[in-house]
Design a protein around this ligand. Structure first.
Ligand code: NAD
Ligand code: MG
Length: 394
């Protein structure tokens, strides 16, 4: 097979590091041509990765970090660049496989841009599908590009659907660990701190998605992601709490059969599947001993405990730009919670308030979906969220 050209957006994050780990195990610079790696303020680590993988280009998202990145790359052949335009330029560089692992709506523009070059986009950035699903899929289609899901649930669904017709699917069930507070009494949630919300019972992930797991906003995003990527009726998509996080998703077919995807909670499985697709290669994930595990548990995903799930249903029903508003409001609410301006349960209040305000006229559902419109709604939702936060914080 020809050497593949690889780019990683968000290389220094949790998904990015796991991707670098797999690439390194599969031969690193000897086996792949690494085109570009991007990161944020952690320029020392970005430079280290770029040197080790002999990347052509390293990009920090922040212009003020350019000098440090340049200094960290001194004496190497890696080019340094910074800022949004540099990320776009990196997305324009020809590559065969691109990992989209920036966190938040910031991951959308580079991924969208890369698709226009007909690449394969391994999509960890679920926000891209939540904010602009139909646009992302149409762009991929128009340019002969492919999107491979990396979120563990969606990789699981994708794998369960190999050789199947989507019309034969009756239901899709994604599992949720329940996050940090799944066993807390309901009335204690209001006082949960960012520290308490930042530890996950099963998965080791970036801080933002870990807090989103505790609030179930992560599962809310994933329900929408499922609808957008697989194109199924929202009524057929369910979430169930599964504390062990060993089954990642289940697909039920019209004949009553259910295919479950089972594996350890290690993102290197889903990343490695997307990296090696359509082949399978050995991956360094733990092998399950089912007799040792003994039992798997399930319970309903309670919308009273996790109002984010109810909001996700409303977003899926409304469609259009509602996902962009939902995601931006969620990101702003999360920032406010991490900054201790609002309480844990107030995040959902902020998001609901923003959705209410922005859906008063029909802008969210009637405007055609374009990247400009998505970014505009993102901006409006963050402004509305800032007002909602101020009202709650005063
Ligand atoms: P992370 O916070 O660990 O890493 C984020 C990466 O994006 C870093 O490289 C950071 O420098 C970069 N970044 C942050 N803000 C940026 C900005 N404004 N512009 C450009 N770059 C920026 O996040 P993560 O946990 O690796 O998650 C990455 C994405 O993958 C998210 O969309 C998340 O929902 C998704 N995801 C993560 C996991 C997981 O196990 N961590 C699982 C499934 C899906
Ligand atoms: Mg997931």
């Amino acid at each position: 097979m020809a050497r593949r050209r690889i780019t990683i957006f968000g290389a220094t994050g949790s998904i990015g590091e796991n991707t670098v780990d797999l690439l390194t195990r599969q031969g690193g610079a000897d086996a792949y041509d690494v085109v570009a790696l991007s990161g944020g303020r952690n320029v020392a680590r970005l430079a280290e990765q770029a040197r080790a993988l002999k990347a052509d280009l390293a990009v920090t998202a922040y212009p003020e970090c350019y000098d440090d990145l340049k200094a960290a790359l001194a004496g190497s052949s890696v080019e340094a660049a910074a800022g949004t335009d540099a990320l776009a330029e990196a997305a324009d560089r020809p590559a065969d496989w691109i990992m989209s692992a920036i966190v938040g709506a910031a991951g959308l523009p580079p991924g969208m841009r890369a698709l226009k070059h007909g690449t394969t986009l391994a999509l960890a950035n679920k926000e891209s599908l939540v904010t602009a699903g139909p646009l992302l899929l149409a762009t991929a289609k128009a340019h002969g590009a492919r999107i491979l899901p990396v979120d563990s649930e969606h990789s699981a669904i994708f794998q369960a659907l190999v050789g199947e017709e989507i019309d034969a699917v009756e239901r899709i069930i994604i599992t949720a660990s329940g996050g940090a507070f799944r066993d807390w009494p309901l009335d204690a949630l209001a006082n949960a701190t960012p520290e308490q919300a930042s530890s996950h019972p099963n998965w080791d992930m970036g801080q933002r998605i870990t807090v989103d797991s505790a609030s179930m906003f992560n599962k809310a995003l994933e329900l929408i992601e499922t609808k957008e990527y697989f194109g199924v009726d929202p009524a057929r998509i369910e979430a169930v709490v599964h504390p062990e996080s060993l089954i990642h998703a289940l697909v039920g077919f019209r004949d009553g059969a259910i295919m479950a995807h089972v594996g350890p909670p290690d993102m290197r499985h889903a990343i490695g599947y997307a990296l090696n697709w359509p082949d399978r290669r050995d991956l360094p994930v733990a092998r399950l001993d089912l007799a040792q595990i003994g039992q798997l548990n399930f319970r309903p995903a309670c919308e009273k405990r996790w109002p984010a799930l109810r909001l996700a249903r409303e977003v899926m029903q409304a469609g259009g730009l509602t996902g962009a508003a939902f995601n931006a409001a969620k990101e702003a609410a999360l920032d406010a919670f991490l900054a201790r301006r609002i309480g844990f349960t107030q995040m959902a209040e902020v998001v609901e308030d923003v959705l209410g305000r922005l859906s008063r006229d029909s802008t969210l559902t009637k405007s055609p979906l374009s990247l400009e419109k998505v970014l505009e709604v993102d901006h409006l939702a963050r402004e509305a969220a800032a007002e909602a936060v101020s009202a709650l914080a005063s």
